[in-house]
Design a protein around this ligand. Structure first.
Ligand SMILES: *Cc1c(COP(=O)(O)O)cnc(C)c1O
Length: 237
């Protein structure tokens, strides 16, 4: 496949996504400039990633190992880790990620606090919430997060906790995701009203929610970050 075909296809796909983002923002009275589009490259071959880097500058990887291999090769890209992180890979994530979307336990959070202080690198962090309660999904349960909040807030002294992330249950119908996204936004409001949040200046401005099939609905419900993979690479395989 020629490089110019790749760039053209990616460019068309990106333009479509950007116009959908703009339309959803205008429906919810927000500026599209406030939205971060994370291009998810976990299934993308390296030449596609390189081609996309000429058009876009925020990429997300699922696995810490692949993030660590790719990030140094495209240092001008802002790399995010969006997939599950084991504590023994915390160092890789802190080294290479500008943002980690997938903090799913207090243990991982305190490990990151140690590693971040030691390395003097402080990536933006999102707490992943399993809003739908599906067993197959990782993330804090809602009650667990509320209960752990005072301890999490205290850890935010040494960490850059900026918001929440969730994944909606898989469905053909984007509307099926709306309750999950709305619930995450409400949870953010609830957490920021809890007293420890004010003590530590925790405002949780970022909501990472929405993927290829449901990002329009996520934006209508207040997403500030959308994570889009397959839609961007459509027509390439
Ligand atoms: C793969 C993945 C995405 C992107 O999914 P698409 O449906 O390909 O857009 C977003 N978020 C996470 C956590 C993922 O693992």
């Amino acid at each position: 496949m020629s490089g110019s075909f790749l760039v053209e296809t990616l460019s068309t796909n990106l333009a479509t996504v950007h116009s959908q983002i703009a339309a959803a923002c205008s429906r919810s009275g927000r500026s599209p400039d406030a939205i971060r589009l994370v291009a998810v490259t976990k299934y993308a071959e390296w030449p596609w990633v390189q081609a996309l880097a000429s058009l876009h500058s925020i990429f997300g990887e699922n696995r810490p190992q692949q993030l660590a291999e790719r990030a140094p090769r495209l240092p001008d890209v802002q790399w995010h880790l969006i997939g599950q992180l084991q504590r023994n890979k915390a160092r890789l994530a802190v080294q290479h990620a500008a943002m980690i979307h997938s903090i799913d336990s207090l243990k991982l959070l305190s490990r990151l606090a140690d590693v971040a202080s030691e390395m003097q690198r402080f990536p933006e962090l999102l707490l992943q919430v399993n809003v739908s309660g599906e067993e197959s999904k990782s993330g804090f349960a809602v009650d667990e997060l509320v209960e752990a909040w005072p301890r999490i807030a205290a850890l935010s002294r040494t960490l850059n906790i900026v918001g929440l992330m969730t994944m909606a249950p898989a469905s053909e119908d984007p509307e099926a995701a709306r309750p999950t996204f709305r619930h995450l936004a409400e949870l953010r409001d609830r957490l920021t009203r809890m007293p420890p949040s004010a003590d530590y200046g925790l405002t949780l401005p970022e909501l990472s929610m929405g993927m290829s099939g449901d990002y329009v609905v996520a934006l209508e419900e207040g997403a500030t970050i959308v994570r889009i993979g397959s839609r961007l690479f459509e027509g390439i395989v």
